[in-house]
Ligand binder design. Sequence first.
Ligand code: PMP
Length: 341
Amino acid sequence: MVQQQSHPTTDEAAQSEPRKAEAPVIPTISTGEGLVYHQGRLVPTHEAMLSVTTHALHYGTGCFEGIRAYWNEEQEQLYVLKLREHFERFAHSRRILMMHPGESVEELCDVTVELLRRQEIRSDAYIRPVAYKSARTIKLTLSSLEDSISIYAFPMGNYVDISAGLNVCVSNWRRVSGNAIPVRAKTTGAYINSALATDEAAAAGFDEAIFLTQSGTVSEGSSCNIFVVKKGRISTTRPADDILEGITREAAMQLLARDMGLATEVRAIERTELYDADEIFFTGTGVQISPVTRVDRRAIGSGQPGPITMELQQRYLRAARGDDPAYADWLTPVYPRQAGA
Ligand code: PMP
């Protein structure tokens, strides 16, 4: 179902210190294989097509989720991480966009498991539910339009290099204000904001971008939340800073508190606090727990991924892959459990 694209790395990059984060391969989806849940049915991918007159294509009137599933080789099991939480947020996004209630959270969870099982996915995977105004009209409105849901899934490993430490910049693009576009809803159109920031960052040689809010304090990454560690004190930005309240952000706070005895303060963070931090990390379904080691060409702390970040990353990945029974309730198994397992 996926076509690979290569991202060449230069010899120079390979030799430089500290190690440069490698850009992982993000697959392009082929329509020639696989299944899609599309408008109430599981159909072959090539049948899940939309008209060019679809409202959401013109006005960005859609919302989506990004969900990960982790393959546990030893247990021969695929675990979907925080499936219910993602579909609950999806329901909130849909409500904000005045979409019909449609399928329930339970139905969407069930159909996602079936989609993965029917495609026999036995590797780490990414699941993309999207809801969109499917009405074929140019009428500029959110209400009283037909809407639809589609879900597809494909094998995918890391979205960014999670071991080397990311080299990031503060973007010239400000985070879209919740008073302009509701950022609490994961709306498709608002991701132009994120794409502008990541393109700008990549063109200047950075791995990622950090948004400031309209009023100039730190908001989040282009597709992830941000945490700052200073003298053992952990902070992350507030919902009022126009963040998408990440499911991974919540999971990270839980792991930090429960397993590492570290409370997270949710507060406004100044741009220059970033330069002064001992550690910085991003959280998100895509980026998982990713260390940030440079901001605006300044080394963060030692310039290497920090100890709190890397311990948290390890604990998060153990939980996500089904290797930590204390977090079994985060996971939905895709394949029937073997007797006695
Ligand atoms: N902020 C933005 C803008 C995002 O796109 C994402 C990814 N969904 C996040 C934060 C992190 O959210 P989550 O941990 O739920 O993936």
